[in-house]
Design a protein around this ligand. Structure first.
Ligand code: PRP
Length: 212
């Protein structure tokens, strides 16, 4: 069996910050900083191999065992519900999942609400929990445009600074849940590489304690 710990990191700014924490925890891989096109890096001495993957794909790599552990947003974990262990909250990449609508919007409960989103499952779960009938319009990006063009009544999306909503004359009408990055592990890797994964999770959890 592969003795290395395979770690999937979300490519981008958050991933770089996450790598810095892993480095501080003693799982450094200096070559990662030398090349920004390569996607796989390893350090045999530290026993780690890193992959840069699209943030929304981290959970798939981990669920299928291509990576033993990874860092994924709670939004992705809830949306795709991968069969993985969630080991700790890094308190990084904080934002919230919210319902937003054009300013002055008022909901007519006698009509089906049209909801545009990238997060269909999260939106369905939320509206079913409050007993509201909806029609999901699944989009892949630029969700904010949908209510402006009359494609939907509201959107369910991630809000970080709120700038995107503001620039498009939308406002939050309901917060669904807070989001942050989580360390996740493949279930069978956790069984066979328990010591190493627990060591990683323990160090990462200690180093990010102050973020929560
Ligand atoms: C997210 C989200 C909003 C924006 C919110 O998009 O879909 O558009 O960030 O951030 P703000 O509140 O700071 O303006 P992201 O950048 O992840 O791009 P994507 O839509 O391509 O996924």
């Amino acid at each position: 069996m592969d003795k290395m710990l395979n770690i999937a990191l979300p490519k981008g700014r958050l991933g770089e910050k996450v790598y810095a924490i892993f480095e501080e925890a003693g799982f450094e891989c200096p070559s990662i900083k030398e090349n920004n096109r390569k996607l796989i890096f390893e350090n045999n001495e530290a026993g780690v191999r890193y992959f840069w993957v699209k943030p929304s794909d981290v959970a798939i790599y981990v669920e299928r065992g291509a990576a033993d552990v990874g860092v994924a947003g709670k939004d992705i974990i809830l949306e795709y519900a991968p069969d993985v262990y969630e080991l700790c909250d890094l308190g990084m990449g904080k934002c919230r999942m919210a319902v937003a609508a054009p300013k002055g919007f008022s909901d007519d409960v006698n009509r089906t609400l049209r909801v545009a989103t990238k997060f269909s499952k999260i939106a369905k779960d939320y509206y079913s929990s409050i007993g509201r009938d909806i029609d999901i319009i699944h989009l892949n990006g630029s969700i904010e445009i949908a209510p402006i063009l009359g494609l939907s009544d509201v959107i369910v999306d991630i809000v970080e600074t709120g700038t995107t909503l503001k620039e498009n004359d939308l406002e939050v009408i309901e917060t669904i849940l807070p989001i942050s990055a989580r360390l996740i592990a493949n279930k069978s890797s956790f069984k066979f590489k328990t010591e190493m994964i627990e060591k990683v999770a323990g160090s990462i959890s200690r180093l990010t304690e102050g973020n929560k």
